[in-house]
Design a binder for this molecule. Structure first.
Ligand code: HMG
Ligand code: MG
Length: 363
């Protein structure tokens, strides 16, 4: 049913920023999360706990998690924030922030407005000390808005994301291990997440083409991995076209293969990069097939450092515009979102890659 609600997982703050060469101030990353939170998006992947030797851009993700837990960014709906991690070391780093906060549940009530912020500059954190985190007394409050989504003090929903890939070569390049070893690494992560009642999504990269093994990735391998990950306890599988090599027929074939293997549509998300300009077409194919969760990045940001030449995720603005045109509901305000896409593109000094975003702003 095309009038269904489609869930958008905004991966801009993680996938969108991880490949940027210039160091991005943590205040800018937090401001991106804050701005996205106000657009109607309900799920935002906000950072990753990976090795900073491999992906230096994500090094300050613990500060972002800490900020989100401490303040609960203002939003029209409760938001789930996801954090990516590859191993137990990443889980431990995540938990060192998450547990210190959850052991003090209710210790982070909505901060009272600080004195001295009246008339202060709005949303200006990134133009100040580049290493400063927005605080309860920073520009966000100067907009005169209260913190948080509700009177609840228990904080936002947090989920974990783990990732493996459908080819051995990509798994080695991305995580320095085999596919089997990557699954083995997930066992203790999954067990601990279940104990702590944290949901886990699992990505399968290069599902429609691999930068090292070519465009013809075996869909049965993707299906086998999806089944294994679900059996291990994953709550959702995000099937990723890392390279953008996916086409409409390949997407349809992959989705049929997943169905034949017993993977429920409701357990799947699709994660398209737009390197060949096929992401929207593939998204519509997946929508027609009954998929209702899609990953995207505002302004078409993104790319994987271990997928040479791959460009950004499908732009959230484009996906939202396309789905709305088909009668689907996303809950996202495209005008607000388009402004965020333009703002972050300017902050990063890169072109806004969203056609719908630019057109919306030009109206
Ligand atoms: P390794 O070098 O084999 O691991 O990396 P290691 O255990 O030998 O550790 C190397 C160093 O990193 C050590 O430090 C560890 O302590 C440290 P040293 O002793 O040398 O000082 N370390 C860590 N530090 C912080 N956090 C951690 C962590 N783990 C080890 N979690 C490893 C293996 C998996 C760690 C590495 O390969 C890695 O971090 N890979 C992540 C790659 C990545 O982030 N890729 C992008 C995200 S995935 C993606 O974009 C695809 C997706 O969007 C879907 C799609 O489009 O396909 C999700
Ligand atoms: Mg990606």
């Amino acid at each position: 049913n095309r009038t269904d609600h489609v869930r958008i997982v905004e991966v801009g703050p993680r996938d969108g920023l991880q490949n940027e060469k210039q160091s991005i101030p943590v205040a800018t990353k937090i401001e991106l999360v804050e701005r996205l939170a106000q657009t109607g998006l309900k799920t935002i992947e906000a950072g990753s706990f990976v090795s900073p030797k491999w992906v230096p851009q994500m090094e300050n993700s613990s500060e972002i998690l800490e900020y989100i837990l401490r303040t609960t960014p203002q939003s029209p709906h409760p938001i789930t924030y996801q954090f990516l991690l590859p191993n137990v070391r990443g889980l431990d780093n995540f938990l060192s922030v998450w547990e210190s906060r959850s052991s003090k549940t209710n210790a982070y009530p909505t901060p009272p407005p600080s004195p001295g912020t009246d008339g202060g500059p709005a949303l200006n954190t990134s133009s100040q000390d580049p290493n400063a985190m927005p605080s309860a007394s920073s520009g966000f409050e100067a907009m005169g808005k209260e913190r948080g989504t509700s009177t609840s003090t228990s904080g936002p929903e947090i989920e974990l994301s783990i990732f493996t890939a459908a080819t051995e070569a990509f798994t080695q390049k991305n995580t320095n291990c085999s596919i089997a070893e990557s699954l083995h690494r997930f066992e203790p992560i999954m067990a601990r997440a279940k104990e702590l009642d944290l949901k886990v999504r699992a990505y399968i990269s290069v599902a429609l083409g691999c930068p090292y093994e070519g465009p013809n990735v075996d869909p049965h391998k993707v299906a086998e991995l999806a089944v294994s990950l679900l059996e291990m306890g994953a709550d959702e599988i995000s099937v990723a076209d890392t390279t953008g090599m996916g086409t409409a027929p390949k997407t349809a074939e992959l989705l049929k293969t997943l169905s034949s293997a017993g993977v429920e549509k409701s357990d799947l998300a699709l994660h398209f990069h737009d390197t060949y300009g096929q992401a929207l077409v593939n998204s519509v194919v997946a929508l027609e097939h009954g998929i209702r969760t899609f990953d995207s990045a505002v302004g078409g940001l993104g790319g994987c450092p271990f997928s040479p030449g791959a460009t950004g995720n499908v732009a959230t603005e484009d996906l939202v515009h396309c789905f709305h045109s088909l009668g689907a509901k996303t809950g996202v305000d495209i005008e607000k979102l388009s402004k965020v896409g333009e703002w972050i593109s300017q902050e990063l000094g890169r072109a806004n890659e969203s056609s719908a975003g630019k057109a919306t702003l030009a109206q």
